[in-house]
Design a protein around this ligand. Structure first.
Ligand code: SAM
Length: 254
């Protein structure tokens, strides 16, 4: 079943309007016919099973057949603060982070990031990255599309992550798995969780010290040096599994 995302004000009573590029895609590419069913999600992650009822100049109009119990979202807001990587690795990271349930992705410029984005380039990249998040959300049957934010400085990212109930900074020079185990115990449903990953050049020790002073936990991801994209996927996988175990997703009755 094709999946679309709409704004809350596109929903009026039992009808949902689909306009703009999505309308074009549904009508001219997918060639949806009257009566055909689609899945539509709103901004608050609510899912609706709908059927195409009519159209006007502006929009296709769908009738809601069923309001679905959506359970494709993690029970916590998870933020990935990603040290800007080289080339198009950010696209892979956004795609995988979306599949793993992240809700916010923040590109971060750190001391060792090589990539410098001027305003114009950042705006273009942001549009592409947000489109990748939307495509990955559709593919993974998410009810929400993660928000990709404007690039942020490391300092601002550490301060924001430090305001969350639990945040970690996987640091390549952190040793011993105890810190990671302690952090994982803290990934509890309902808490906002932050993950700060360094770029290829890693973190400057002063950055880690600053993050720690803001309450972000430095953790080791084991004895090997992971690529930045591997570290993001590994850390977010642990967050996802821990949250879904806590939510009883994997237990018999889950
Ligand atoms: N330039 C660093 C070096 O050679 O030691 C490696 C940085 S690594 C490619 C990029 C990021 O992945 C790191 O800043 C960290 O956030 C994360 N990372 C990679 N391996 C890790 C590990 N074993 N423990 C904790 N974090 C790790």
């Amino acid at each position: 079943m094709h999946h679309f995302f709409v704004k809350n004000n596109d929903i009026e009573g039992e009808s949902i309007r689909l306009s703009g590029p999505d309308r074009h895609h549904a009508e001219d590419v997918l060639r949806l016919r009257i009566g055909e069913e689609v899945l539509i999600s709103d901004e608050d992650g609510r899912d609706y099973r709908c059927s195409l009822a009519s159209s006007d100049e502006e929009s296709l109009i769908f009738e809601i057949s069923e309001r679905l119990e959506s359970d494709h979202e993690l029970p916590s807001e998870v933020w990935l603060f990603q040290g800007l990587p080289k080339s198009d690795k950010m696209e892979l990271i956004i795609q995988k982070a979306t599949e793993l349930g992240v809700s916010h992705i923040v590109p971060v410029s750190t001391k060792n990031t090589v990539v410098q984005l001027d305003e114009k380039k950042a705006a273009r990249k942001l549009r592409r990255w947000q489109a990748i998040a939307e495509a990955a959300a559709k593919q993974s049957k998410r009810s929400r599309i993660p928000k990709v934010h404007e690039p942020m400085s490391f300092r601002r990212a550490a301060e924001l992550a430090g305001e969350f109930e639990v945040s970690v900074i996987p640091y390549e020079d952190e040793h011993g798995i105890e810190s990671l185990c302690e952090a994982i115990v803290g990934f509890i449903p309902g808490r906002r969780i932050g993950v700060i990953i360094g770029p290829e050049g890693g973190f400057d020790p002063l950055e880690v010290r600053y993050a720690k002073s803001r309450g972000v936990l430095p953790v080791s991801l084991g004895k090997r040096i992971l690529r930045t994209e591997t570290a993001a996927i590994a850390m977010l996988s642990m967050v996802m599994i821990r949250l879904e175990i806590s939510e009883g997703v994997f237990s018999e009755e889950g």
